[in-house]
Write a protein that binds this ligand. Sequence first.
Ligand code: ZN
Length: 368
Amino acid sequence: MSTGFFWDERCFWHGGGNYAFLAPVGGLVEPMPGGLPESPAAKRRLRSLIDVTGLAATLDMRGADPATWEDLARVHPEPFLEKFKMLSDDQGGELGLRTPFSKGGFEIAALSAGLSVSAVSAVLSGEMRNAYALSRPPGHHCLPEWPNGFCLLANIAIAIEASLAKGLARRIAVIDWDVHHGNGTEAIFYDRSDVLTISLHQERNYPLDTGDAEDRGRGAGEGFNCNIPLPPGTGEAGYLSAWDRIVVPQVDAFAPDLIIVACGFDASGVDPLGRMLLGAQSFAKLTARASELADRHCGGRLVLVHEGGYSELHVPFCGHAAIATLAGSGIDAGDPLGPRIAGQQPGPEFDGFVEARIDAITRTLGIG
Ligand code: ZN
């Protein structure tokens, strides 16, 4: 069976207008250069790279309808959606924190969510084995009424609720390897036992005050949220160890019908918004491990949904490695930064420090 790739050129047209980070200096304010860090270039270049290598020709390339109002309203309150739509119909604006959008931004965000909804639906209905959704804007930080961190709508949560409502699945696991904490996905499912949320992230990056290992869920959801905060500088060995020692037993115990990866590439060794040390091959190895879990529990049903990743140079190669692995393809775009990142991997002393942190998390989770 095939691997699907869901994308739409219009998702690259989402823009933050004249948005700028501001740096107060004395009584003055300096606008930082470069505009919104979440630019379309990294994603557009990934889409281009899979064409150039021939990988795209081996995939089931699809577009999607926008998520419907009904789909969106399962996660987001209607007054919030109405306000977002009103601003979008006018001149654009900003809701929440660091989520500027231009005129028509609502339609693009609904399309981004629609790519996730369609990818999940196609995999659950057996049309394809697994899928990649190149959603933009991203979604994993977005709370029901509070967009933040470049995320305007909760793409993965919207796709999960749509598939549960249609009876396509009953238990879904989300594994978030974006370098930032998946605070939106966590919040939406925090008191639920039918959705397991796991987030591997750099501790105290974004948001500053969420993502602790002690946050395990609430009420019926107690034990169904799992945070794995890792120290800055964690390399491939630390990520793979955290995966094998924490992610695997959590997912094995949950036995999901479907696994969704919140697939950020900002744990790359050169990402401007992260301080981790992964290379393209690291993402291939993580994808292979996610596929193993999906084979064991879900008949291979696995969907990767694009989240962050801000290195316009490196994201395309990291993404290519993940998608080729998902598709079982031997097409290899290489990694121009691979030797450099390999040479910067932490030594045994720091890996031992990371391992001690993982030990502590396993004790907090009661699996150590
Ligand atoms: Zn991120």
